[in-house]
Structures are given as C-alpha cells and as structure tokens.
Design a protein around this ligand. Structure first.
Ligand code: NAD
Length: 301
C-alpha cells in the first residue's frame, strides 16, 4: 500500500492532541473517519468535513491507515486487542500508527500481534503539546520497520515538523520516555532556581532572562519562565500525564537494567505535585513542590 490524499484514515481518540491532529489531516486532503467515546469530539471533526464512526470497528474497517491517540496503555490495549478492536477489524495490509505515549512493552506487543494479522504497526509518540498539534509542528519519534515508516511519512507530514525513524518497534516510546525525563528534570531545576533567586532577594524574572541566553538556556526557559515566575499554571501538559510518563521512564529503566537516580527523584517530585492536589495543573507547577520543600510560600506576581 502507498499513502496518498485518497487514503482513508481512521482516527481514534480525538482529545486535546488527537482533535487538532485529525483536523490537520483533513486540511491536507485526507479522508478522515473519527471515533471517540466522547460524541462531542466526533461532532467537531464532522463539522470540519470529517466522517463520524460509531465504534472502533467502524473507524478501522473503512481505513487504509489507523491512528490512535489515547491517554495511556490500558485504553490502547482495549482499543487494539479488545473484541471488534483494531487488530480484529483492520484489513490485512493496514498501517496502524499508535501515537499515544505508552509503555514500550505495549508497543512491541502491538507490533508482534499486529504482524500476525498482516498489519503494519508503528509507535509514533509526539512532543510539542497542544500548540504543536494545532500548528502541525510536532516532533514525532517513530519505532517500527523502515518500509512502514516510509509508507507513513506522507500521513505524518501534516502533523509534524520533525519526524524521525528512531529504531524498531517500541523505540519511539523509549525516545519519548527520554524526552519526558529531560523535560521533568528541567522543570524541577528551573523551579529550584526560582526559589533560590527569590529567597535571595534577586528578581527571578531578570535572573532567568540571563540564564535563558546562556549555557543553561532551554526551550522550557524560553517558553515558560515568565508564566512560572508569575505562577500561571494552566495546562499545557498536565501533572497527571507527566506522572504517567515518569512511570514509563522508570519501567523502561528497570527493563533495560539501568539505574536513573535523578529520574527517580524527578518521578517523586511529580508524584508529590499530584499528591498535593496539582494533578490538573501544568507540569511547570513543580514550582509549587519546590517552594513547599524549601519552606517558601511563593511570591505572587
Ligand atoms: P486527552 O485525554 O485529551 O485525549 C484522549 C482522548 O481519547 C479523549 O478524547 C478520550 O475521550 C478518548 N478515549 C479514551 N478512551 C477511549 C476509547 N476506549 N475509545 C475511543 N476514545 C477514547 O489526552 P491528550 O492530551 O490528547 O493526550 C493523548 C496522548 O498524547 C497521551 O498519551 C499523552 O500523554 C500524549 N501527549 C499529550 C500531550 C499534551 O500536551 N496534551 C503532548 C504530547 C503527548
């Protein structure tokens, strides 16, 4: 199979990320048939020219390419392996691209069991957040076979600015885990920098402006330093999802037989943010944990 604008894409999971991704595929000229357990999300896709599916089976049976963008592995396993799920309903030769962030074991199982059914399976998690999804500029890390990646490229192009085949099945998820490790750790350290600057009577905004231009500079400092100093924590990317992702990081480390001591600490800081009731805030709310740990009440803007 080759992909072209006449390709029909079954898109399952039309949430914060999946909704705008499906819209971008429609705009690129693909035929998109969408399914979500929340009917309002499907209705939004239909208003933009997509088709509504009433079930996973309906979205899959009609499709040349199936994409899932679901919260976590239990949802992906239910949709893929369940009765009338993707594996049962897809035609042989269908390309199945799971773009959810999930544990690599599930991605490898999808690839192995999918292959037995004649499906071509890729794991293709993303980075770049809701803004990146809306603008079609996500970073997409793809695990799976080279020929399948080549087939998928025209479908991924309207979604991403950086699309890299990083290795065999599960490798995309491992790269995403590494991404979440670095992002979580960076937020934790920026939070501590703010605590130090403010507790020392130095203007944190000015301090971070300097850091952003030097070796400590990062995309996080570039995009989030002002909102952090102002204590604006509307998501963005929720602490709850980052907590899930740190679980994936630690599972992957255990499976690879390596210790990630800083990663373990970052996972506990994210868990603390959740335990303190900040699960629905942006992950930059790690600043609240840093403040509480340091015995600081925070300086409101
Ligand atoms: P979301 O909760 O907004 O969307 C998930 C969608 O899946 C929801 O609309 C939900 O109704 C639907 N769904 C759940 N179970 C279903 C089922 N059985 N059948 C059909 N639909 C079902 O989450 P999101 O923010 O879009 O994230 C999706 C994935 O992308 C997650 O794995 C997340 O970690 C990852 N991700 C999110 C971001 C972000 O900034 N939000 C960034 C990068 C990666």
């Amino acid at each position: 199979m080759t992909t072209s604008p006449t390709t029909t894409i079954g898109f399952i999971g039309l949430g914060i990320m999946g909704g705008p991704m499906a819209s971008n595929l429609l705009r690129a000229g693909f035929d998109v048939i969408g399914y979500d357990v929340r009917p309002a999300s499907v209705e939004r896709l239909v208003a933009e020219g997509g088709k509504a599916a009433e079930s996973v089976e309906h979205a899959t049976a009609a499709a040349d390419v199936v994409i899932t963008m679901l919260p976590n592995f239990p949802q992906v396993e239910a949709v893929a392996f369940g009765a009338s799920g993707v594996l049962e309903s897809a035609r042989a030769g269908t390309l199945y691209v799971d773009m959810s962030t999930i544990r690599p074991q599930t991605s490898r199982r999808l690839a192995a069991e999918g292959a037995q059914k004649g499906l071509r399976v890729l794991d293709a998690p993303v980075s770049g957040g809701e803004r990146g999804a809306i603008d079609g500029v996500l970073s997409i890390m793809v695990g799976g076979g080279s020929a399948d990646f080549a087939t998928a490229e025209p479908v991924l192009e309207p979604l991403g600015a950086t699309i890299v085949h990083v290795g065999p099945a599960g490798a995309g998820q491992t790269v995403k885990a590494a991404n979440q490790l670095v992002v979580g750790g960076t937020y934790a350290l920026v939070a501590e920098a703010i605590v130090l600057l403010e507790a020392s009577g130095v203007d944190a905004g000015l301090g971070l402006d300097v850091l952003a231009g030097g070796l400590a500079g990062s995309r996080i400092l570039e995009l989030r330093r002002r909102s952090m100093v102002a204590r604006e924590f509307a998501p963005g990317f929720r602490i709850d999802l980052h907590h899930k992702d740190m679980g994936i990081v630690l599972d992957a480390a255990r499976e690879a037989d390596v210790a990630l001591p800083v990663g373990g600490l970052v996972a506990q800081l994210v868990a603390a943010a959740r335990a303190q009731g900040y699960g629905s805030l942006d992950h930059s709310a790690l600043l609240k944990v840093a403040e509480a740990t340091a015995g600081q009440g925070g300086v409101t803007a």
